[in-house]
Design a protein around this ligand. Structure first.
Ligand SMILES: C[S@@+](CC[C@H](N)C(=O)[O-])C[C@H]1O[C@@H](n2cnc3c(N)ncnc32)[C@H](O)[C@@H]1O
Length: 223
């Protein structure tokens, strides 16, 4: 295997003082989007090709997929994309500074359907609260899955975390993904099989702002 350590597309966090701001990585003030669990990277690469005035960072835990994605991206000579090989749960707590991201995508997170495996699901209340901190106020979080039970679980966690506001009216998802949104490998496969796909979109509301709103409301109530 080629020595991938030489690829400029690898985000090598040992080169930086943590927590890391995307400005330090890309050397510009452009908005940055994050994809968690990018698989073979097709979705993120397509976005990076389309939106050249944005920066893109992907995190993936599986090395083979990480390597495949880098090889694909190298073919397009992209300057606005970096790939991080890491557990996203560690990355969002330890690696990035507050207010780093304007958009975050989580496409087809592993649903771990068996009861005894549910503890492996990474989208939970603490995860959402930490994710909110590294996202800008008003930033967008998109989650897509074919697994309705996981979708319900995520919606409950979102409600409990109190850091995101659902963009869609109840039941807070739609089953048509926007036509200009790149399709991920899993989405293409699942659609071929005729499975229903659930698309969720949230707006980040920072905890300090939520707190402020509540305090202001209480002040108004008291007067
Ligand atoms: C079902 S696949 C979906 C891949 C891709 N997003 C797609 O839609 O085609 C889930 C991906 O999340 C990755 N993943 C699972 N847990 C992760 C974690 N803690 N941190 C980073 N990536 C993770 C898996 O390795 C896998 O590539």
């Amino acid at each position: 295997m080629r020595n991938l350590i030489l690829s400029p597309l690898i985000l090598d966090i040992t080169e930086y003082i943590l927590p890391l701001n995307p400005i330090d990585v890309f050397g510009n003030q452009n908005d940055t989007a994050l994809e968690i669990g990018f698989g073979e990277g097709d979705f993120l690469i397509e976005l990076a090709r389309k939106k050249t005035d944005w920066n893109f960072i992907g995190i993936e835990i599986k090395k083979k997929r990480f390597v495949k994605a880098i090889k694909k991206a190298e073919g397009f000579q992209l300057k606005n994309i970096r790939f991080l090989l890491m557990d996203a749960q560690i990355a969002i707590s330890e690696v990035f500074s507050k207010d780093s991201f304007s958009e975050v995508y989580i496409n087809f997170p592993d649903p771990w359907p068996k009861e005894r495996h549910k503890k492996h699901r990474f989208i939970n209340i603490p995860f959402l609260r930490r994710l909110s901190l590294i996202m800008k106020s008003g930033a967008i979080l998109e989650i897509v899955s074919d697994h309705k039970e996981y979708i319900d679980y995520i919606l409950e966690a979102i409600q409990e975390a109190k850091t995101f506001r659902a963009e869609f009216e109840y039941p807070h998802y739609i089953t048509v993904t926007p036509s200009d949104r790149p399709k991920t490998r899993y989405e293409i496969e699942f659609r071929k099989e005729g499975r229903e796909i659930y698309y969720l979109r949230f707006i980040n509301e920072k905890e300090d702002e939520i707190h402020e709103t509540h305090c202001n409301n209480s002040a108004t109530d008291a007067s």
